[in-house]
Design a protein around this ligand. Structure first.
Ligand SMILES: [Zn+2]
Length: 482
């Protein structure tokens, strides 16, 4: 298996440091606000990576932290009068519910920063003792000048970084690149004692270094994969390396650094300030979570990806093709399975190639078009991709009312002079209104009106079934989106 390593800027053969075991640390959420799909993209990728590593026979230990204290939650707590824990717990519960909908497996460990204050403080003490850190007036800082490899992960040299650093008048720091390990408490802020330096709270970067060391690498020989979104490479991951590696017996901190590409929404970064912010939980109400996964699978994990309503619609159609094929496959009989070795070989070839999920989907489409694997074989590989078939996959899809069909219904209503508040009404409601008007016309034996309404519905691709109980309707097969 080959994987792109940000540390070496090349695709390298992946071998675990300890035989048979892969240790992964992924930077998790700071739940002081709602998550959006951009936050979720790398978590979805690492979920597939760990599933595939398990398929490859490795025992995987997956750690993803929770940054449960930061400026935003403290400020929000001050504004609402709630405890910052209450705010963090609420957002984190929402985030976890979204991850479950997206089919993300539970993590092996989910450390909260505030539960790791002691390991964080002992790491800070070690950095102070070795001159990599110093106490300033408002906090304890990392002394970047003491770490020769600083900037290596991001592939930037110190001069460039100095030039890019925000020039702010900060008499507390020796150098603009130095960053806080410990922030002394201001009045009213949450605080933990730290003798003899002063009570306060940890900085963000040291939390990850300390939790990764405690849970994955107490001996200081490094662990296998450190992951996160590409936006974390600098400064967060650079700082983690600077904190961890001087204290290790055998660096590097992580053998592979793996980063997921950024996600754009209609060509722009999602942000409240841009006005295109949609909480992940809302997005998952509008779209099938499995179709979202399918969309990510279609794109390489390292590429910048542009999320549009068209792209998610296309992904849903692609997934529907696979669902239809799945319904048509027979369950395996007596473990017999002709296509599986071929399917396994081709799927592994795709995923061994730096987790090329787009190629893996192409293999699935091709195998389904040209052979008949058993339902279990297909199910197995869909499971590795995190798109597990469920009972609903065996049901014929509900008729879909497409945007196109909805527009036709509105046009027909307008032509008939029927008042429908299309802004407020779902297309289904407009259809039901037309059906009800036709029923009324039939009761009044106004056959001309009844025919007009039936023809209008037919032009929209709506079929009517009259019975003693009344009239039911459905979307004609030819008009379905799938
Ligand atoms: Zn981190």
């Amino acid at each position: 298996m080959r994987l792109y390593n940000t540390r070496t800027r090349s695709v390298e053969p992946f071998e675990p440091l300890r035989a048979g075991e892969v240790r992964i640390y992924v930077c998790g959420m700071t739940p002081s606000a709602q998550a959006h799909l951009g936050h979720a993209r790398s978590f979805l990728f690492f979920d597939i990576l760990r599933r595939y590593l398990s398929h490859r026979g490795f025992r995987v230990k997956y750690v993803q932290n929770v940054t449960d204290i930061d400026d935003r939650s403290i400020n929000a707590a001050r504004e609402t009068g709630e405890h910052y824990h209450t705010i963090v717990d609420r957002y984190y519960a929402e985030f976890k519910a979204s991850m479950r909908k997206l089919g993300v497996l539970d993590y092996d460990a989910e450390p909260y920063a505030t539960q790791y204050i002691a390991p964080i403080q002992s790491m800070i003490r070690e950095l102070l003792a070795s001159d990599h850190a110093y106490a300033g007036r408002d906090g304890i800082y990392y002394r970047v000048a003491t770490f020769a490899n600083y900037g290596k992960l991001a592939n930037r040299n110190i001069d460039e970084l100095e030039a890019g650093a925000r020039i702010e008048i900060d008499e507390h720091k020796e150098d603009p690149l130095d960053f806080a390990l410990w922030k002394f408490a201001k009045p009213g802020e949450p605080r933990w004692p730290f003798e003899p330096y002063g009570e306060g709270r940890p900085g963000w970067h040291i939390e990850c270094s300390a939790m990764a060391r405690t849970l994955l690498d107490p001996v200081g020989h490094g662990f296998d994969i450190h992951g996160g979104g590409a936006d974390l490479i600098f400064p967060h991951h650079e700082n983690e390396i600077a904190q961890s590696e001087p204290l290790m017996a055998r660096p590097p901190m992580a053998n592979f650094w793996v980063h997921g590409g950024l996600l754009l929404f209609e060509n722009r970064k999602m942000a409240k300030s841009v006005g295109n912010f949609e909480p992940l939980s809302d997005l998952l109400e509008r779209h099938d979570p499995q179709a979202i996964r399918w969309l990510f699978l279609q794109t390489g994990y390292r590429k910048v990806m542009n999320f549009t309503e068209e792209s998610i619609g296309a992904a849903a159609i692609g997934l529907a093709r696979v669902k239809a094929a799945y319904r048509g496959l027979a369950p395996a009989t007596d473990g017999e399975s002709i296509a599986a070795p071929e399917l396994d070989r081709r799927m592994e070839a795709a995923l061994d190639d730096d987790m090329n999920t787009a190629a893996a989907l192409a293999v699935l489409y091709d195998v389904l078009a040209n052979s008949t694997p058993s339902r279990e074989d297909l199910q197995y590989w869909l499971g590795i991709l995190g798109v597990e078939p469920n009972d609903s996959w065996l049901e014929e899809p509900e008729a879909q009312i497409t945007a196109d069909l909805a527009a036709k219904i509105v046009a027909e209503c307008n032509a008939l002079g029927i008042d429908v508040d299309t802004a407020a009404l779902a297309p289904e409601t407009a259809i039901e209104k037309l059906v009800a008007l036709r029923d009324e016309a039939r009761r009044d034996r106004d056959w001309a009106a009844s025919d007009r309404l039936r023809d209008a519905l037919q032009r929209c691709g709506i079929e009517l079934q009259d019975s003693k109980e009344g009239t039911s309707w459905s979307v004609a097969v030819s008009s379905r989106s799938i």
